[in-house]
Design a protein around this ligand. Structure first.
Ligand SMILES: [Zn+2]
Length: 574
């Protein structure tokens, strides 16, 4: 069965029902499997999964483009109720059939390893517990989402209050930050209760799956075959030794420039130049044109991909009423196209987001060339590498931010933008280490981890270890409840170190690019094209980097980052 026999065109995809695909799945389940037929069988499985997955993604995208559109919402809900469970169970049957066949084909070693891990972890008894956990996630999201407050006569969300931290007037920053902190502390007991519930559920889930603790369960769930908890602890250690002193040095300068003697949390995000905030573009069209020029400079192929997305309406970048928050890259795998969603309002963050999502989109274009779904499906490419694709793109585009390359800024403004980017990345590592170390501790010592008071004490200890440059005196309660304010800890446990590792990969690629931009970009492209066909260390290696956790590798990239900040700041701070 070929694509044409099934369907073509995105409009038709949106009108698909489960009954249109059910027969195809059933036929695949019933078909005899042998060495000769396996490739056709996999190709046919790919075709039908591509349609289902593209429908799923298109329906999701439609709801985020217009949250007030009841029709899209209803279609999405109906899909989740009727189509989704049947689709997932059909996919499960095909996976089991394939595993049971014992057939192996080249380029499938890693996908097979993934499938085996998934099948091995599956327990019927965990389904109701996972559903309960999902319900708890919704309740948690509700508590966090309701954390609004009145600021300067308007109702503001916690996310919106982050903008106050950029205000140049220190007193304004302090007031806004304190108000938000008080609002968040009002939910302390509620979140404590939810945490106890989470910990109970998770230890039961691990026990049902025959795992010694929840961390081992999550390790297999995330298919972390190529690194261990001990590697993560070593990574924390390296961050403490290398990044913490660098951030402390930067913070000392920060204090000096601001003329303050205590660096408070609300002083961290303010721009040190006395200039107006960066204003990169006038309209979304202007942003797209400039981004296109930049991507063309990185590689004509990337520029071409981006222009194609623009001409096919696969960029929805402006902020408008009734659009969902945030930015993402979605994948339409039947059409072999990515889609970028953003909420640009004319600030530098918008540029950074677009360059980042561009990396994800190019990753999709390159890996979609592989023949089978299991080789390029987003869930089968490790996040530890997908985020290298996007974070490295932020660095590979940096040389072209200036107007002389068709980019956004004067020389001095480009320097400010780069410093902002590098500093944000540097500061991320210690915070990531706190979030990750906290979870290792909690699930390694579940009888302590379930006790919110001990969680507070642990978080405080980690803050002192990784962020000694921040003065929290007088704000101890705010400081020690930091674990309550990090969503990942509650709703996606253990999912965070990926970003720390990917940043290490991206920074190594940046280092290579300074020596030889063209060769680095060529390796980067080749690595993207591998999709999920090789292991995580092999993906890093193909991109010219190393999956690393050690002090030496970290030191070399942190030196580069710190020196770059020094050099760049000279161009705009006297
Ligand atoms: Zn990303």
């Amino acid at each position: 069965m070929s694509d044409q026999k099934l369907i073509s065109g995105s409009e038709k995809i949106l009108n698909l029902n489960w009954s249109d695909l059910e027969q195809h799945y059933k036929e695949l389940v019933d078909r005899g499997l042998n060495e000769e037929g396996i490739e056709t069988w996999l190709a046919d499985w790919t075709s039908v999964s591509e349609l289902s997955d593209e429908l799923y993604n298109r329906l999701f995208v439609a709801t985020s483009l217009n949250t007030a559109d009841r029709e899209s919402e209803k279609r999405h809900e109906a899909f989740m109720e009727n189509f989704y469970p049947q689709w997932q169970s059909a996919e499960q049957k095909l996976k089991q059939k394939f595993l049971a066949s014992g057939l192996e084909i080249p380029g499938f070693e890693v996908p097979l390893r993934n499938m085996r891990a998934e099948a091995d972890l599956f327990r019927e008894a965990n389904l109701p517990l996972i559903a309960e956990e999902e319900k708890l996630n919704t309740e948690h999201d509700k508590v966090i989402g309701a954390q609004t407050l009145q600021w300067q006569g308007q109702e503001k969300t916690a996310r919106q209050m982050e903008l106050v931290l950029r205000e140049t007037d220190r007193e304004t920053r302090r007031q806004g930050w304190e108000l938000l902190a008080q609002r968040q502390l009002a939910d302390r007991e509620t979140i404590n209760d939810q945490w106890v519930h989470y910990m109970q559920l998770r230890s039961q889930i691990a026990a049902n799956a025959g795992k010694p603790d929840y961390r081992s369960y999550r390790w297999q769930y995330f298919k972390r075959f190529d690194y261990t908890p001990a590697d993560c602890l070593a990574f924390h250690q390296a961050i403490e030794e290398v990044v913490v002193p660098a951030v402390t040095r930067i913070s000392e300068r920060h204090k000096h420039t601001l003329g303050i003697d205590r660096l408070r949390f609300y002083d961290l995000f303010v721009d040190l130049s006395s200039e107006q905030p960066l204003k990169p573009f006038d309209s979304v069209e202007d942003m797209v044109n400039k981004a296109s020029e930049i991507f063309h400079h990185v590689h004509p192929q990337f520029g071409g991909y981006f222009d194609l997305m623009n001409s096919e309406g696969l960029l929805d970048l402006g902020n408008r009423k009734n659009k969902a928050n945030g930015g993402y890259c979605a994948y339409f795998i039947h059409s072999k196209r990515p889609f970028i969603f953003a909420n640009a309002v004319g600030i530098h963050d918008d540029v950074q987001t677009l360059l980042h999502e561009g990396g994800h989109a190019f990753h999709a274009f390159e890996s979609f060339k592989l023949p089978y779904l299991q080789q390029y499906y987003e869930n089968n490419i490790p996040t530890e590498f997908s985020e290298v694709a996007s974070m490295a793109m932020e660095y590979l585009t940096a040389p072209y931010l200036e107007k002389q390359f068709g980019g956004f800024y004067s020389k001095a403004d480009a320097a400010r933008a780069k410093v902002d980017h590098i500093q944000t990345d540097l500061r991320f590592w210690p915070y990531m280490a706190i979030v990750d170390a906290f979870q290792h501790w909690a699930y390694e010592n579940p009888w302590e981890g379930i006790d919110p008071d001990q969680c507070d004490a642990k978080w405080a200890e980690l803050e002192r270890r990784f962020r000694p440059h921040i003065d929290w005196s007088g704000y101890e309660d705010v400081m020690m409840t930091g674990w309550q304010r990090k969503d990942h800890i509650h709703t996606v446990p253990f999912y965070y170190v990926e970003y720390g590792l990917a940043l290490m990969g991206a920074a190594q690629i940046w280092r290579n690019a300074i020596a030889d931009q063209a060769k680095t970009v060529e390796n980067y492209r080749k690595a993207l094209a591998l999709g999920g066909t090789v292991t995580l260390p092999q993906l890093y290696q193909a991109a010219g980097a190393r999956l690393a956790f050690d002090t030496n590798t970290l030191q070399s990239v942190v030196d580069l980052m710190e020196n770059s900040i020094d050099e760049l700041e000279k161009t705009y701070i006297q």
